[in-house]
Each structure stands twice: as structure tokens, then as C-alpha cells.
Design a protein around this ligand. Structure first.
Ligand SMILES: C[S@@+](CC[C@H](N)C(=O)[O-])C[C@H]1O[C@@H](n2cnc3c(N)ncnc32)[C@H](O)[C@@H]1O
Length: 405
């Protein structure tokens, strides 16, 4: 099995450990399962309305449950398709054909490129050619061809990643194409082995993946059970985790243009408005944050104005969007529903951000009962570098259960 040295760190994490930023952990889902298994039968679908990389699908499918997974970010959705057991045999077939020596992969005549852009013209042309070969080999299965190519496209990108911030890329720079074929083969072999192994561990193969914004999606049936984890308020633009892949989808192979405005937790707050936040805990936190700004007024003018003009509106918008998303989720559920939410409370300006407690407030206000099944201290996966230690320190993880009789 080849190495994955030239695969982007996010996909390397997904390929090797089935994890990326803010994925479910097995230990969390074990706790959910020990409760859920008492109530849920195998013939109903379990919903994850913001399903990321499909951690719920893999785990629950492994236990014998069917799942429906909604996700807004296209690369995360395409990753779900790649690991959906219904697609495994087709994907492995495509990989086998691609690894066959008779298949001629398109050549890149230059050994490197240097540009200010994310991709050179050579790379753009090459990705198009590579895609069309995979597309033909797959009997014109566009969705699977994209799923298969996407984790590899950053191999052709000109970028420098930030050593301290996972969502930051510096576009432009050098890209060496030397040895890309070996890297591609290593990737395909690794993926094929991984999918074959995963396939055996799925007890249930029926899983739906839906690329949609929770605020817009319309489902044909109601769900009794959901298992999910919310996007976190880390003032990051999560779509940038996949900036390269989204660029390829939008400009090279699909003309997609996803609207990331409603990606909850993203840090684009300027000029946006929001409505009333019902959660008492969220409002207390927002008041405390403003009080902190007032305190800093004399000693640290910059911090004071940062809180007022940026952090406060950011968190207010976050809490409002989470509230509205879960209201929408409630409309997708039956009136005897049960849900499990894995959530982390992080710390900002030395104040705990009460994400878990405010989610309980939101569900209580919709007529649900709630219970904290498990609380523990963890450090968050996914940050790199010393400057992230403030956010890294002491997260409280809650596993919440909400239910309606
Ligand atoms: C914490 S992650 C879920 C991770 C997942 N539990 C896993 O194990 O991979 C939250 C997800 O919510 C998605 N999301 C954010 N806003 C959304 C929206 N408006 N509609 C649908 N999904 C959204 C994000 O793209 C992100 O993938």
C-alpha cells in the first residue's frame, strides 16, 4: 500500500482515520448507541441533518441502521458518496480499471508550475482530462467520478497551507507535477483497500446522501430519530477547509457555485441581520461578552472594539442560526421523535460558549424534554500549531438526548 504524503491533510485524515475537523468520535457514538438501541427499530431511517463526512452513516450503518444524511458543503457530501456502501462495488471497479496498465493517464509535459492562482492553466487542463477519463471508465457516472477524483485534486494546486490555521491557505506558489502518477496510484490503492474493509463492517447498506442547505431542503417523509452534531462557533469559514476542492467543482468540472451564506458558524458576519434569540443561556453569554468589552474599554481598546464589532455579532448570528436550523429540523420530525446531539462548548475571551445548554433551551422551547447523557472534558481535534491553544484548551463535550412524547 502506497503512502499518502501528497494528499491534502484533510483527506489524509479521512482516508487513514475516517476523521476530519469536528467529526464524530466512536466513543461518542457508542454512548448514543447504548441509549438509541433501546428505542429504534432497524427498519426506520435515522436522520443527520448536518452530516459532515458521514460519521453517523458509517457508525449507525455498522450497527444495522439505515440513515439519511443532509450536508451543505459539496466536498463533504462527495466524501459521503465515496464511503456509502451502495457505491463501494462501482468505485472499486472504476479503481481497478484506472490501475490497469492499459489505461493511459493524461501526461503533463511540464515538471512544475509557478503561479499566483490556485491552479495553473496546465493543471486546469489536466484535471479536465483526468476527469473525462474517469467519467468514461465509470460509464458516465458523473457523481461517482467526482467523488473519486476530488480527494486528489489538491495534488495539482499551487498553494501554501498555514501551519497554524486549518482553514487558511495561501493561494499561489510552486506545484511540482513530478511523480503525480505514482501518487494517484497510491491514493487509488489506499482507497480501494479502505473501502473493501469498510464494506464488510456495514451491516446495513441503505443510506441516502442529500446535498442541501437544511433551511431549504424538502423531505418527502418525516423522521422519528436523529443523530447529529452542530457546526461549531470557532469563527472560521468552514467552506475554506475545502477551498481547493470547491474551486475545482465551481470552475473546472461542474460550474456549481454553492451558496455558503447559510453555512452555520462561518465567520462572514458583516452586514448580516438576525432575529430574536430565545435561549436564555445564549443571551446570558452574549450579555457577558459585551460586559467583557466594556471592561476592556480603557485597558485594551482594540480588544474592546473587536468584541463589539466582530465577536458579539458573530456569536449572536451563530445562536440565531442554530435556533432556526433546529426549528426547521423539528418540522422534519414526527411528534414522538427522539434525537441525540453531540456538542462541544468551547471558550472565547475566557468565557464558556454555552452551545450545549442553548441547544437544550431551543429544544425545550419546542416542547421537547432534554437530558445530558454524558459530559466530559476533551481537547478539540483539528487545530494545528501553538496559536490555536486558546481555542484548543478545555472543551466540554455533551451528549444530549432530546425527546417528545
Ligand atoms: C460538526 S459537522 C458534522 C460532522 C459529522 N457529525 C461527522 O462525523 O462527520 C457540522 C456540519 O454541518 C454542515 N452545515 C453547516 N450549515 C449547514 C446548513 N445550513 N445545512 C446543512 N449542513 C450545514 C457543515 O458543513 C458541517 O459539515
Amino acid at each position: 500500500m502506497g503512502n499518502l504524503q501528497n494528499i491534502s491533510h484533510i483527506y489524509r485524515g479521512l482516508l487513514k482515520n475516517s476523521r476530519a475537523f469536528a467529526s464524530f468520535r466512536e466513543i461518542e457514538l457508542d454512548i448514543v448507541y447504548s441509549d438509541l438501541s433501546k428505542y429504534i427499530s432497524y427498519d426506520e431511517f435515522i436522520l443527520d441533518p448536518m452530516s459532515g463526512y458521514g460519521g453517523g452513516m458509517v457508525f449507525l450503518g455498522g450497527k444495522g441502521y439505515k440513515t439519511t444524511n443532509i450536508e451543505l458543503n459539496p466536498p463533504a457530501y462527495f466524501w459521503q458518496l465515496l464511503i456509502n456502501p451502495q457505491n463501494t462495488q462501482s468505485i472499486i471497479k472504476i479503481i481497478k480499471k484506472l490501475l490497469n496498465k492499459k489505461i493511459e493517464l493524461p501526461k503533463i509535459n511540464e515538471t512544475f508550475s509557478l503561479t499566483d492562482n490556485l491552479f495553473s492553466d496546465i493543471a486546469i487542463n489536466h484535471i479536465k482530462l483526468l476527469f473525462s477519463i474517469i467519467y468514461e471508465i465509470s460509464n458516465k457516472n458523473k457523481i461517482l467520478s467526482i467523488s473519486l477524483l476530488l480527494p486528489f485534486v489538491s495534488r495539482f494546486a499551487n498553494y501554501v497551507k498555514s501551519p497554524t490555521n486549518i482553514t487558511h491557505f495561501k493561494q499561489g506558489g510552486l506545484c511540482s507535477y513530478l511523480g503525480w502518477e505514482q501518487d494517484f496510484h497510491s491514493y487509488l490503492e489506499f482507497l480501494s483497500n479502505r473501502l473493501s474493509k469498510d464494506y464488510i463492517s456495514y451491516k446495513q447498506q441503505e443510506h441516502k446522501n442529500i446535498l442541501a442547505d437544511i433551511f431549504q431542503v424538502k423531505l418527502s417523509e418525516k423522521y422519528r430519530t436523529f443523530v447529529t452534531s452542530p457546526p461549531y462557533p470557532n469563527y472560521r469559514d468552514y467552506s475554506k477547509l475545502f477551498k481547493i476542492e470547491n474551486y475545482v467543482l465551481d470552475n473546472i468540472i461542474l460550474n456549481n457555485n454553492t451558496n455558503f451564506e447559510m453555512m452555520i458558524g462561518s465567520n462572514n458576519v458583516s452586514g448580516k441581520t438576525f432575529g430574536t434569540i430565545q435561549s436564555e443561556k445564549a443571551n446570558l453569554f452574549l450579555t457577558e461578552l459585551l460586559a467583557k468589552a466594556e471592561k476592556l474599554k480603557v485597558k485594551n481598546k482594540k480588544s474592546c472594539s473587536d468584541i463589539k464589532t466582530y465577536y458579539h455579532p458573530y456569536f449572536a448570528q451563530y445562536f440565531y442560526n442554530i435556533q432556526e436550523a433546529y426549528r426547521k429540523l423539528d418540522s422534519m420530525l414526527t411528534n414522538n421523535s427522539i434525537g441525540y446531539i453531540v456538542v462541544n462548548d468551547n471558550i472565547t475571551r475566557d468565557i464558556i460558549v454555552p452551545v450545549g445548554a442553548s441547544i437544550c433551551d431551543i429544544f425545550n422551547s419546542m416542547g421537547y424534554e432534554s437530558k445530558d447523557l454524558d459530559t466530559s472534558q476533551i481537547s478539540h481535534y483539528g487545530n494545528i500549531g501553538r496559536s490555536a491553544t486558546r481555542m484548543n484548551s478545555k472543551h466540554t463535550r455533551h451528549i444530549l438526548k432530546v425527546w417528545k412524547q
